[in-house]
Design a protein around this ligand. Sequence first.
Ligand code: ZN
Length: 102
Amino acid sequence: MCAAPIQVPGPAQANKRRSFNPDWEVQYFFSATITDTGKVVCLVCFKEVQVKKYNIERHFKSHHAAAYANLSAERKSEEVARLKETLQTELETRKEQAVSEI
Ligand SMILES: [Zn+2]
């Protein structure tokens, strides 16, 4: 497999943090919220994926495109809003589990 590229924080990137394009939320069903591990979460299956368009797009296309790609823009927005609420509950459950495991 190929090695992950080394991230060098340059001055140009410093104030940009990570680059999640807000459009990806509706386009690829990913939450714009960056997790503690610096990833974004798939709204459909809660999988964490690196904040890179390639990874996000590939995840959506290989796992969820069949179910979601053909929805109208309006329906997508509705689904994203609904899934975001579900994700919120999921993340809170994870936090509780993490605390109880310590
Ligand atoms: Zn997914």
